[in-house]
Design a protein around this ligand. Structure first.
Ligand code: NAD
Ligand code: IPM
Ligand code: MN
Length: 355
């Protein structure tokens, strides 16, 4: 079965701990039934911890994760008691940036026709993967405020794009297309309004594309991409874009696949997959749903499946998807996806399917 792996679990805030607890049950079930060599390590990080003792993401934890873990599974971060979200940025960006996880890979796949909100479209029409750049762009925190709180305030966040950063995420998208039998890659930018920063994206996209002559390519403005995705997502296979646009496009994508309760994501250093990787549902902490056993756990369960795939068990990811697909078809799911079950009970249904 191979060497022992360590997986850190961070429930986080809001519905994060609830859905992560379900993902933990799934992992425990598979560890026990298949003898997987995985140790789970629960980390107490999030708003509660921050409010208790000021801890966000300590260096020693970060270093221990980097040196001992194969993966981290994160629920969600964001709590109304911490309006500045300092802890969330420290933890989330601490891993994305700190571990140089430059590829945020977000599959957009509908598991049932009923989940697709577009008239006349079904699950076969929604099947693409977004490669979101995850270490640059507007997220780097370069900026500042002058005369804050006055009528003369100036507020700046810089959009940082490096040749190296743009090239490696575009290359990751092409490598994925090549290895997964996808025939096209779409790049989305806003080079009409931002000719300097996004002109770089256009040029590098063309350069990298020339190395993959069998892959069809198109460069779109991101506003047009959003239009086309809602009109007809069928032609899209792989989309590569910057950090901010990737965030927005993948919530739109989540809408196409049945909501945020269905959307999984992977943060990885695509060129060196032996490094620790971060797995998290696309959704946030959904504070109004927290503590009510109503949040959809499927995004977290699908994310756990992606984690198992990353660790070398792609067959288990496929089984989890099949089990969730069956639960959706039978209505054994939460209300957001057409069922009547709670968070725990819909996970029970998935575990029963797996057995
Ligand atoms: P959200 O994703 O928490 O919720 C958006 C909508 O989707 C809400 O209507 C919510 O009820 C629904 N939803 C989300 N997850 C669901 C689930 N599992 N089951 C059923 N419905 C679900 O986004 P938001 O409301 O904009 O943000 C809330 C907090 O989460 C904020 O603090 C935000 O910064 C944070 N956030 C964190 C992450 C993360 O940790 N990766 C991602 C997004 C947002
Ligand atoms: C996401 C979230 C985060 C992001 C927030 C919480 C900073 O929306 O993971 O999609 O913008 O990356
Ligand atoms: Mn988001």
């Amino acid at each position: 079965m191979g060497e022992q792996r360590r997986v850190a679990l961070i429930g986080g805030d809001g519905i994060g701990p609830e859905v992560t607890a379900q993902a933990r049950r799934l992992l425990e079930n598979l560890i026990a039934s298949r003898g997987l060599p995985i140790d789970l390590w629960d980390l107490d990080l999030g708003a509660d911890r921050f409010l208790l003792d000021g801890t966000t993401f300590p260096d020693d934890i970060r270093d221990e994760i980097a040196s001992t873990c194969s993966a981290v599974l994160l629920g969600a971060l964001g709590d109304p008691r911490v309006p500045g979200l300092e802890h969330a940025r420290d933890i989330l960006f601490g891993m994305r940036f700190g571990f140089d996880l430059y590829a945020n890979i977000r599959p957009v796949r509908a598991l049932s026709d009923d989940l697709v909100p577009l008239k006349g479209r079904g699950k076969d029409d929604v099947d693409f993967v977004v490669f979101r750049e995850n270490t640059e762009g507007i997220y780097v925190g370069v900026g500042g405020q002058v005369r804050k709180g006055t009528a003369d305030e100036i507020a700046i966040n810089e959009d940082v794009n490096t040749r190296m950063g743009v090239e490696r995420i575009i290359r990751a998208a092409f490598e994925y297309a090549t290895s997964h039998g996808r025939g096209s890659v779409t790049m989305a930018d806003k080079s009409n309004a931002m000719p300097q920063a996004h002109g770089l994206w256009r040029r590098v996209f063309e350069l990298v594309a020339s190395e993959y002559p069998s892959i069809k390519t198109q460069a779109l403005y991101v506003d047009a991409l959003c239009l086309y995705l809602v009109q007809d997502p069928t032609p899209f296979e792989v989309i590569v874009t910057n950090n901010l646009f990737g965030d927005i496009v993948t919530d739109l994508g989540a809408g196409l696949q049945g909501g945020l309760g269905m959307a999984a994501s992977i943060n990885v250093h695509a060129a060196d997959r032996s490094r620790v990787a971060l797995f998290e549902p696309v959704h946030g902490s959904a504070p109004p749903l927290a503590g009510k056993n109503v949040a959809n756990p499927f995004a977290a369960l699908l994310t756990a499946g992606a984690l198992l795939n990353h660790l070398g068990w792609p067959d288990l990811e496929a089984r989890i998807e099949t089990a969730i697909t069956a639960c959706l078809a039978a209505g054994n799911c939460t209300t957001d996806v057409g069922g009547t079950l709670g968070t725990r009970e819909s996970t029970d249904a998935v575990l029963a399917q797996l057995d």
